[in-house]
Ligand binder design. Structure first.
Ligand SMILES: [Mg+2]
Ligand SMILES: [Zn+2]
Length: 217
């Protein structure tokens, strides 16, 4: 690879084994939340509206949420060595989360990989309710919270070859722009249905092996 490489990773279910939002909603959200999520995955409801409704039903405060995430959420065991190795090679690794700043910070701090570069939606607590804020509005995409396609296009324009690793519905715009995609779960099925090339993976050990075999790292 002659171009410099940049690796962007989805957070929930990709860097982590468990989805932080699923953990929060299963414990503290409305019992209806899975129906909302089904509408988001099918395209009936925007990601923004889904997040707003899902988090809007959560009554637990930040301390309860932090404690839940610290006890429940583990990392993909392949991620820490992958991150250490790519950093040693001078390759930037950035987390692009379709979820929330509070979740990325809580989990990564607890796991001892902090600070780490990341972009995420912002959670704020107003009068006992959670409000979702989008600090990175997109000019081209009205559906996503912050659109993962935007930063990838910027990195492409700066001359990077972009590798994206993801698993879910908020990752679709990233895939449409990345040089190379690694996909699993819902994202893998979506890529297949759209006939978009993506390398299937289970853990970051697979990502590392594939990048090695291509001589990209
Ligand atoms: Mg995910
Ligand atoms: Zn988008």
């Amino acid at each position: 690879m002659k171009q410099p490489l940049l690796i962007a990773c989805d957070f929930d279910g990709t860097v982590t084994k468990h989805d932080t939002l699923v953990e929060i909603l299963d414990r503290y959200g409305s019992p209806q939340w899975r129906r909302v999520q089904e509408k988001v995955v099918s395209g009936e409801m925007s990601i923004r509206e889904g997040l707003r409704q899902e988090m809007g039903s959560v009554r637990a405060g930040p301390e309860e949420i932090r404690e839940l995430l610290q006890t429940r959420v583990e990392l993909d065991p392949g991620f820490p060595p992958f991150y250490t190795e790519t950093r040693a090679l001078g390759i930037p690794v950035v987390i692009l989360s379709g979820g929330f700043d509070l979740c990325v910070e809580t989990v990564m701090e607890k796991q001892g990989i902090w600070p780490i570069p990341y972009l995420a939606n912002r959670l704020s607590r107003i009068d006992g309710s959670w409000r979702v804020e989008y600090p990175y509005p997109s000019e081209t995409c009205a559906d996503c919270g912050h659109c993962k396609g935007d930063p990838i296009r910027e990195w492409n324009a700066k001359g990077y070859a972009t590798v994206f690793v993801g698993n879910g519905v908020t990752d679709r715009c990233a895939v449409l722009n990345a040089t190379l995609t690694f996909a699993k779960d819902e994202l893998e099925s979506w890529c297949r249905s759209q006939k978009i090339a993506a390398v299937s993976f289970r853990t970051f050990h697979d990502v590392r092996q594939e990048l090695k075999s291509r001589n990209w790292i």
